[in-house]
Design a protein around this ligand. Structure first.
Ligand code: PLP
Length: 644
């Protein structure tokens, strides 16, 4: 994408142009099998040997060896298998081998998962122990000293992928002095960012992945110290000196070699000092845009290419959606599902408060980044801050007061806000404790007075003597249900009610109590994601359109409306090209818009879109379910469309 600023370098990187050329050259002109003894094979062999020699020079492998493989996950398996087989052999020979598999609590999941897998598969029965880290993310060396005498295998990383925290490898080596343990250091995030002189250390195994530093996915390497035990993961044709069979990925090796050449020769990647300067500028832009921002790892102990942060009151999902709208690609510092972000085990291990570990965002870049990209990224970050302010999410300087119905959802339960902008009064129905801060900030930012706090379960605190509560030009009438619950009918003054805010899971129980065509605003996602009716229509498969079909529909139906259902702050942060073409009705405000659309004498096609196609699908199915036949959405979202 032209406008995209990719700041997710710890996940993967684009391929260096020189690496791309090298891969193409390998496939076109050096396509031989390096095991063949004819000329074409010998040419490929020479390329392979040269790449290995360069990697050995660059990583200071001494008499240790480098083998090429598919990436770090394979390298980790190989190291774990080798270490566990060695433990088994030592035991069989009646020698002490240790009883613990010690791994850093912040390791990439590939490490503990492999340890558990091979330990079970081989029946070695060792005990897995997570080595704690301190508040700065570094390993607890005292704990390691205590574990060292009983450790069979120790796995630590050179730098952490979520936080960029750089391990104290010299300190770990000192703590392991005298221990029989084998030692693996996951060097994935260190390649090209930290000096490595492997043979000068007691490290036995060091896995690498090419795609974290501008080589393609599917190529990696494993360093093995001279004399370290080794068991092949793959047997077959005897490639890689019999230690990793399978015809070599020559295009990948050529590309990785081009990256290593760029590292060796210098001049391609930014210096450490330049990277520090870039990090400081990005951090400053974030501080200005996001009040209260907390950086989750100390800058003096982290790679200058990684920033991990949390912002009070904003989930990582919200921040990711916001940054993505501005075409800034960052990632959640924690595993994140649509419903609820899982806390980051890395930040948990550092003892950070739950809110920070569950709302973290990681911004990371590679050493190829340039001045112009950093300047553009800082401007986009500022744009995101302005968009948040405009929407009232930060509680200061908010623009236009929202008016009508607003739906917020937490843990599968909906909270509905009835907002009357003109009078500045509002009512909240079924407020969720998890949303208390969000609601407080929103109402405060727009100067709303909370007139009633209601519940569809037991009625809450009804503030007036009659059954009707007036909120400026709106009214809410309460209706007691047979089930003991309460339903609230929302109407504009002098009009018939259009919305029923109800916790009743049985719409049939409402028949006769509410107008037949009323829109039901449910209390839980289990009842409905958005609005429904007493007799909902079935969702239709033809509502999913790819971007070509959307373009055709917009061409053929001039009256059709393109509706951005992303939240206000996302729409505001979006690049002007997207915003110009669409109206913005956030999904949280969709219920309030429905009566207007449903009242049209000649309904126009409505085409909803969002970031990924999830929210727009919900909007389209809601409209179909309330009887609006011409509702569609852009399948796959903006990510797969020409809207940028
Ligand atoms: N170790 C670390 C620190 C990583 O960041 C990653 C990738 O995210 C891996 C291991 C696994 O690498 P790959 O998926 O390339 O095998």
């Amino acid at each position: 994408m032209d406008n995209e600023i990719y700041l997710d370098g710890n996940a993967t990187s684009a391929v260096l142009p020189a690496a791309l050329r090298a891969a193409v050259y390998a496939m076109e002109a050096r396509y031989g099998n390096p095991s063949s003894t004819h000329g074409t094979g010998l040419q490929a062999r020479a390329m392979l040997d040269a790449a290995r020699a360069r990697a050995a020079r660059l990583l200071g492998t001494g008499s240790g060896r480098i083998m090429f493989n598919s990436g770090a996950t394979e390298g980790i398996q190989t190291a774990v298998l080798s270490a566990l087989c060695a433990v088994r052999a030592r035991r069989a020979a009646g020698k002490a081998a240790g009883s613990l598999l010690v791994y850093g609590a912040t390791e990439h999941k590939a490490v503990p998962e492999s340890l558990a897998h091979w330990n079970a598969l081989l029946g070695t029965g060792l005990e897995l122990v997570a080595l704690p880290v301190g508040a700065d993310g570094r390993h607890d060396l005292q704990a390691l000293r205590r574990l060292a005498p009983e450790a069979a295998f120790v796995c630590t990383m050179a730098a952490n992928n979520e936080t960029g925290v750089i391990s104290d490898l010299a300190g770990i080596a000192a703590a392991l002095e005298g221990s029989p343990a084998l030692w693996m250091v996951d060097c994935v995030q260190a390649l090209g960012k930290l000096p490595l002189d492997l043979a000068d250390t007691r490290i036995d195994y060091a896995p690498f992945s090419g795609h974290k530093l501008y080589a393609p996915k599917g190529i990696g390497m494993l360093y093995v110290r001279a004399g370290a035990p080794f068991t092949p993961l793959m047997k077959g044709g005897g490639q890689e000196a019999g230690e990793r069979s399978g015809t070599e990925n020559m295009a990948g090796i050529a590309a990785l070699d081009a990256v290593l050449a760029a590292l060796e020769e210098g001049g391609t990647f930014r210096s450490h000092a330049e990277l520090h300067g870039f990090r400081d500028r990005l951090a400053q832009a974030l501080r200005q845009a996001l009040p209260g921002i907390a950086f989750n790892a100390p800058f003096d102990k982290t790679l200058p290419t990684t920033l991990n942060f949390s912002v009070p009151g904003l989930s990582s999902k919200e921040l990711l959606d916001l940054f993505d709208a501005a075409a800034l690609r960052v990632s959640a510092g924690s595993a994140c599902s649509a419903a609820k972000a899982q806390p980051s085990y890395v930040l948990d291990a550092m003892g950070l408060p739950e809110w920070r570990s569950s709302s973290a965002v990681r911004l990371s870049f590679g050493p190829l980044i340039d001045e112009a990209t950093v300047a553009k990224a800082c401007a986009r970050i500022a744009r995101c801050g302005d968009a948040l302010r405009l929407s009232g999410l930060l509680g200061d300087g908010a623009a236009a007061r929202p008016d009508g119905l607003l739906q917020l959802t937490a843990d599968g339960r909906h909270t509905w806000l009835v907002l009357d902008a003109a009078s500045g009064t509002c009512a909240v129905i079924d407020p969720q404790p998890a949303l208390a801060d969000r609601i407080g900030t929103l109402l405060g930012a727009h100067g709303f007075r909370l007139a009633a706090r209601l519940s569809t379960h037991d009625g809450g605190a009804w503030p007036v003597s009659g059954d009707t509560l007036h909120l400026g030009s709106r009214s809410l009438r309460r209706v007691a249900l047979d089930t003991g619950g309460v339903c609230y009918l929302l109407a504009l003054e002098g009009d018939t009610p259009r919305h029923a805010l109800t916790g009743s899971a049985d719409p049939a129980g409402l028949a006769g109590l509410v107008p037949p065509d009323i829109l039901l605003c449910p209390a839980t996602e289990a009842q409905a994601a958005l609005c429904t009716t007493l007799r909902p229509c079935a969702a239709a498969a033809d509502m999913h359109l790819d971007s070509t079909a959307v373009a055709a529909l917009l061409r053929n139906s001039p009256g059709a409306l393109l509706v951005d259902v992303r939240e206000l702050h996302e729409h505001a942060a979006a690049l002007p090209s997207t915003r110009a073409q669409a109206v913005n009705i956030p999904l949280s405000r969709l219920a309030g818009e429905l009566p207007r659309w449903l009242a049209q004498a000649e309904p126009v096609p409505l085409v909803f879109f969002c970031r990924s196609g999830n929210r727009s699908a919900r909007a389209a199915s809601c409209l179909r379910s309330v009887g609006y036949a011409q509702a569609y959405h852009m399948h796959g979202g903006i990510a797969l469309s020409d809207l940028r």
